[in-house]
Design a protein around this ligand. Structure first.
Ligand code: SF4
Length: 220
């Protein structure tokens, strides 16, 4: 089975399991970017707590811009890597204000996807996953973010090679997944990764994809 066909089959099975999830179209673009920066190397609960504390401490992004890095770091400490993340946030807001005169990132949604990704990725601390999540969830672009669940499942199913890293997977997977299904496929893979294809103990006895899985067949 070629990879495009396999990706289509996987997508179809996950849609049968979980339906076609939709993004929240009200999501603010800058909020989405900063939330995704906070999500690096932590879980959703601590990411959300860090974001909530940041917003409580500094109600507007202008307030964050005026704060020093240490104060931003203290507000987001629970999300981990707070030194690195606070510098990323401060540097990005400083750039945005200088570039646009206001802290509004909505303009990236009007850009070509490739250009938007390049623009965001030129900033230290903002990688392809963070940029892809922002354009997919906040802008509704057809982009396919690869997080830890997506990468693990893609390897198990043989959609990418077992030694493929996340950066390379961001290049390869969009070439094989069904056009227009990027975001629902991404969201369904995350649900599948949390509920069935867990990192440590996948529940293969509950999985509809065993016939396509290299891990299940012992080929990995
Ligand atoms: S068969 Fe097991 S390892 Fe393979 S995709 Fe399903 S749950 Fe994951």
């Amino acid at each position: 089975m070629d990879l495009r066909h396999k990706a289509q089959v996987v997508s179809d099975h996950l849609e049968k399991l979980y339906g076609i999830p939709e993004r929240d179209s009200e999501e603010n673009v800058l909020d989405c970017l900063i939330l995704t920066v906070l999500s690096q190397n932590t879980n959703d609960v601590n990411r959300d707590k860090g974001f909530a504390t940041l917003k409580e401490t500094f109600p507007t992004w202008e307030d964050v811009l005026e704060a020093d890095v240490e104060s931003i770091g203290a507000a987001i400490q629970i999300a981990g890597l707070h030194g690195q993340k606070s510098r990323t946030i401060k540097n990005f807001l400083t750039w945005l204000k200088a570039e646009r005169g206001e802290l509004d990132l909505g303009f990236v949604c009007e850009m070509e996807t490739k250009e938007g990704l390049q623009l965001l990725c030129q900033h230290k601390g903002i990688g392809i996953k963070t940029a892809s999540v922002t354009l997919a969830f906040a802008c509704g672009h057809d982009v396919f973010p690869v997080d830890t669940h997506v990468l693990r499942i893609s390897k198990r199913l043989g959609l990418v090679a077992s030694n493929c890293n996340a950066e390379k997977a961001h290049e390869l997977l969009p070439q094989i997944i069904p056009t227009g299904t990027e975001l629902p496929f991404h969201m369904n893979l995350i649900t599948f990764g949390r509920q069935i294809c867990n990192a440590r103990k996948p529940k293969c006895d509950q999985c509809p994809l065993t016939a396509y899985c290299l891990y299940f067949k012992g080929e990995l």
